[in-house]
Design a protein around this ligand. Structure first.
Ligand code: HDE
Length: 718
């Protein structure tokens, strides 16, 4: 069987002949393909009744796509070869500039479904009718790395949503972190220059662990709150499906009477929050740099559509005046315990793009895309963004007509007098291309339906100053740190230590620690100690003394908001020849009942023969399926299988890593030899669960709902 396939694939069997005088003189049929062999032995695929004829972009049918036109069979190529020229010309121009930030991203289509009418607060059409669905496109991204960088970089994640409402596109261009590094858009180019690869050496790529970034940060105290978030587990999410999204800035809702309510937007994932540990992230980047992409692709293709609820925090001017911090300052958040986020709709992603380039690469998000009923606040970061995003689209997409691309075009009726320009696809018809006009042609303004800005009274001198109300740089950073569980606080300390250990200049390290001391003395001292600093630097001089009266906000912790469910997660099961299928079947049933998935890993990808003689096909061979790709693992091995695997480094790492990353490990008695060789005692803690006992599969999955056994972390000392 295998031999036959091989013979066919090489096209070794040739039949028939080409037309007389043609350089193509032999034909072969491989599967249902018609192949011809050319004069130099190359294989040509020939059109038949079922396949379209290959043409140039101008429609000219092509007879030979393998050989350029030459003067003599070994001679120079002729200039008149328009097909060759067109093909190479087009290829040479396939790339468009990658996004200057958020270059690496992955998108999907879906819909937004409104829960309730928000008429009281906003006249935005999409929030009027409960149950109504509005098409949406989402692009998730990392910020610092280039288009080809790995998914598990420690970084902020972009969470950009385009909702094609009946009154124009609404782009909520957010992140998975509710605050930002800087308070004024004028700082953005410096921030991004600092975090991206250093200009003389062009590394490190997709990493903030280098001198330039920390130099900038150490001199930018306003970044400290955001630094706490990025150094926390939020910076290394398990996948896009398990992240929150935040609009960050304060926006306004405007109702039909043009009354304003301030609003902050939050996307909450239905599957709950989850992150990985740093040691795992580093290994995932090697094992599967597309881990986040693949996760979204697999979930959507298998019909497990990821879902988020859109929540709003609503408040009025009175609250804004009373609140501890300035609501226009994007380095501050409003704790959920102070203003409870109210769910107003859900976002479901149910379709991958047909073509990555056309949709995910060319989608153009712009903060200034808001429908009537949603308006901006004066947050200086948002004001700057509203200027930036239009500019960037022209640079990337090359034409003012980027709104003609299907992914960017509104899905509601639209009409204007804009015309011409590069690649205009939609061109006006008729004589009138201006307004007002006496012919009664073309669109007209609509003072009632049209977009109106909030009539805000603004007065003041023209100044280049930062508001004093923005000057508290440490209090919310401290509140964030105090709201984390012990393991989460440790992760922050470890992340800071790792990052600063990559900084060559000791002065920069010390300056960062001097800020940490203003956030939490013990944190600063731990990082200093782990960096081997001989003495603690003096705390940085704060513009405003950090407060210690802000209560912890449990909503800020990932672990305290665990889903208590294993749904949407993945178990990796290591199997060997002679394994017990009854145990596997029970585990499979328990996994499916939970709404999770299971993949088999075996010594060979072709699979194994179980004890009952059945054949189990594997998804991964052991070297290609390390445990970092799974949320929990199980070892269903025969004694002999376990002995053999114990001699393989990849199998030992599979177990040792799962243990070190605090994962739940199910195992059968036969698997003991591998556990032992990996240095894991089968009774080490309650995270090791026997699977070959009555009711064991359900018990294992119930334990997995905790996602990780953090109590183990102190002993593994990652
Ligand atoms: Fe962006 N940002 N940004 N940003 N941003 C871009 O627009 C910019 C900021 C965010 O998946 C660019 O189309 C400035 C905050 C996301 O296509 C660019 C400032 C937040 C995406 C740009 C900020 C974001 C971008 C680059 C400081 C979270 C990816 C390519 C004032 C609320 C969208 C592009 C996608 C992309 C500018 C700050 C989120 C250059 C000037 C704060 C999710 O226009």
């Amino acid at each position: 069987m295998a031999k036959n396939t091989r013979a066919k694939n090489t096209g070794a069997r040739t039949t028939g002949t080409g037309s007389a005088g043609s350089p193509i003189d032999k034909q072969a049929t491989i599967h249902d393909q018609k192949l011809q062999r050319g004069s130099g032995g190359e294989l040509h695929q020939i059109a038949d009744a079922d396949t379209p004829v290959l043409t140039t972009a101008h429609g000219t049918p092509i007879s030979d796509d393998h050989n350029s036109l030459k003067i003599g069979v070994r001679g120079p190529t002729a200039l008149e070869d328009f097909h060759f020229r067109e093909k190479i010309f087009h290829f040479d121009h396939e790339r468009i500039p990658e996004r200057v930030v958020h270059a690496r991203g992955y998108g999907a289509h879906g819909f937004f479904e409104t829960y309730q009418s928000l008429e009281q607060y906003t006249r935005a059409d999409l929030f009027q009718r409960p149950g109504e669905r509005t098409p949406a496109f989402v692009r998730f991204s990392t910020v610092a790395g280039s288009k080809g960088s790995a998914d598990l970089a420690r970084d902020v994640r972009g969470f950009a949503v385009k909702i094609y409402t009946k009154e124009g596109n609404w782009d909520l261009v957010g992140n998975n972190i509710p605050v930002f590094f800087i308070q004024d858009a004028i700082r953005f180019p410096d921030l991004i220059h600092a975090v991206k690869e250093e200009p003389d050496r062009a590394f490190p790529q997709a990493q903030s662990a280098h001198d330039n970034f920390w130099d900038f940060i150490s001199l930018t105290p306003e970044a400290m709150h955001m630094i706490m978030w990025v150094m926390s587990d939020r910076g290394i999410p398990r996948s896009f499906r398990f992240m929150e999204g935040f609009g960050v800035h304060t926006f306004r809702f405007l109702n039909a009477r043009d009354e304003s309510t301030f609003v902050k937007f939050i996307w909450k994932p239905k599957l709950g929050l989850q992150s990985v540990v740093w040691n795992e992230a580093v290994k995932i980047n090697g094992a599967d740099p597309d881990f986040h992409r693949r996760d979204l692709w697999e979930a959507i293709q298998s019909g497990n559509f990821p879902e988020w609820e859109l929540c709003v925090q609503l408040f009025d001017q009175d609250f804004a005046d009373r609140f501890d911090f300035d609501v226009l300052d994007p380095t501050k958040l409003i704790p959920e315990e102070i203003i409870k986020p109210v769910p107003v709709g859900r976002l479901v992603l149910d379709r991958m793009p047909d073509n990555f380039f056309a949709e995910t690469e060319q989608v153009a998000f712009m903060t200034q895309n808001v429908p009537p009923g949603i308006d901006f606040s004066n947050d200086p970061l948002l004001q700057g963004r509203n200027f930036s995003y239009l500019d960037t689209q022209l640079k990337r997409l090359g034409s003012t007509n980027f709104t003609h691309l299907p992914v960017n075009a509104p899905k509601c009726p639209f009409a204007h007098f804009q015309q011409d320009g590069h690649m205009a696809m939609r061109n006006p018809v008729g004589r009138t291309n201006y307004e007002p006009n006496s012919r009664g042609d073309g669109p007209r303004e609509d003072p009632a339906r049209g977009f109106r800005s909030f009539r805000e009274e603004i007065q003041g001198p023209k100044v280049r100053l930062r508001a004093e109300s923005f000057a508290d740089h440490y209090s919310q950073a401290r509140q964030f740190f105090n709201s984390q569980t012990v393991p989460e606080q440790k992760h922050i300390a470890m992340a800071l230590t790792f990052e600063l250990s990559k900084v060559e200049n000791e002065v920069i390290r010390e300056r960062v620690v001097s800020h940490l001391l203003n956030i939490d003395e013990a944190l600063g001292a731990t990082v200093a100690d782990k960096l081997g600093m001989e003495q603690l630097p003096t705390p940085a001089d704060p513009a405003v003394a950090p407060r210690d009266d802000l209560p912890a906000s449990p909503a800020l912790s990932i672990i305290q908001n665990g889903p208590e469910s294993f749904a949407g997660r993945k178990v990796g099961v290591l199997v060997s020849n002679g394994c017990d299928t009854a145990v596997l079947k029970k585990l499979q049933a328990a996994v499916e009942k939970e709404g999770a998935t299971l993949e088999l890993i075996a010594p060979k990808v072709g699979g194994v023969t179980a004890a009952d003689g059945s054949r189990l096909v594997a998804k991964h061979m052991i070297d290609g399926g390390p445990s970092v790709l799974f949320d929990a693992v199980a070892l269903i091995l025969s004694e002999e299988g376990a002995e053999r695997l114990a001699g393989e480094a990849a199998a030992r790492d599979f177990v040792a890593d799962a243990f070190a990353h605090c994962k739940f490990i199910g195992f059968t008695a036969g698997s003991a030899a591998l556990l032992a060789k990996a240095g894991v005692a089968s009774d080490a803690d309650e995270g090791l669960i026997r699977l070959d006992r009555n009711g064991a599969a359900a018990k294992f999955i119930a334990a997995c709902r905790k996602l990780r056994l953090w109590a183990r972390e102190a002993s593994v000392k990652l």
